[in-house]
Design a protein around this ligand. Structure first.
Ligand SMILES: *[C@@H]1O[C@H](CO)[C@@H](O)[C@H](O)[C@H]1NC(C)=O
Length: 242
């Protein structure tokens, strides 16, 4: 009897966990409709294959200065990472301007090197499709400005952190996600079949990565091996560098 009960509880638990953990396919995240700062409709398709850090930003928040500075540095550090900022006025009405003004302000103040999209709601019934996706994938809903959602190169949402966790603090997880991008896929913009089995291809070399980086060249650990999972590769990108 006791055993049966336990089995039942276990089954329910694992079903629940599976539900929470099962993130809709990569196609779903990358094809989610978004709007740029000028109101043009687009999707995240062009960022496929990169690690994404999706952030709801606000200009007048106590977390604004620290987060913008860290995000700009982070974007400089990793060409295979893309920071994506979505202005939102839902918390303390701290993003009152329109998206184009936010964009100009962020460029002038922080020289931002990542896109700032159209304004969105990130919570509630009018939440944008992208944030609804992120919330359902993580079961974590933004409660303030500067929530950070880390998405891997296959579109899987790995983590969600609030503004109380600085970028510096979550840097190891971000770096691990970037390091997990297979070398031969890095920067490839070509559409690939959905979620192919990953096979380490020995042909690609670090030098053979011909992608033109969007930002400054990525700092790569000198002993990084071109194939296989990079485990314990010594890193010059120290946490303190941020
Ligand atoms: C957010 O939702 C409110 C209503 O709840 C709406 O008035 C407002 O236009 C929405 N903002 C955006 C950017 O979608």
């Amino acid at each position: 009897m006791k055993m049966a009960k336990c089995w039942f509880v276990c089954a329910v638990l694992s079903a629940t966990l599976a539900l929470v953990a099962s993130v809709p396919g990569a196609e779903d995240l990358f094809s989610t409709p978004i709007v740029d700062a000028n109101g043009r409709r687009l999707t995240l398709e062009e960022y496929r294959g990169r690690v994404l850090l999706i952030v709801n930003v606000a200009s007048e928040c106590g977390f604004t200065d620290g987060h913008y500075k860290s995000l700009v540095k982070l974007q400089m550090m990793f060409s295979r990472l893309q920071v994506l900022a979505f202005p939102c006025n839902q918390f303390g009405a701290q993003e009152p301007q329109d998206a184009a003004s936010v964009q100009r302000w962020a460029k002038a103040t922080y020289d931002v090197n990542f896109p700032i999209f159209g304004k969105v709601n990130v919570t509630g019934e009018n939440a944008s499709p992208l944030f609804r996706f992120l919330i359902s994938a993580t079961a974590k809903e933004p409660t303030w400005n500067f929530w950070k959602y880390l998405v891997n190169h296959e579109g899987r949402v790995l983590h969600a952190w609030g503004p109380w966790q600085d970028v510096e603090v979550v840097f190891p997880e971000i770096k691990a996600a970037v390091d997990a991008i297979p070398i031969d896929e890095a920067g490839s913009r070509r559409p690939r079949p959905p979620a192919p089995a990953r096979v380490a291809e020995p042909r690609a070399s670090l030098n053979g990565d011909t992608r033109v980086p969007a930002g400054p060249p990525e700092i790569k650990p000198p002993s990084e091996k071109p194939t296989g999972p990079k485990i314990g590769a010594p890193s010059r990108m120290k946490h303190d560098d941020l």
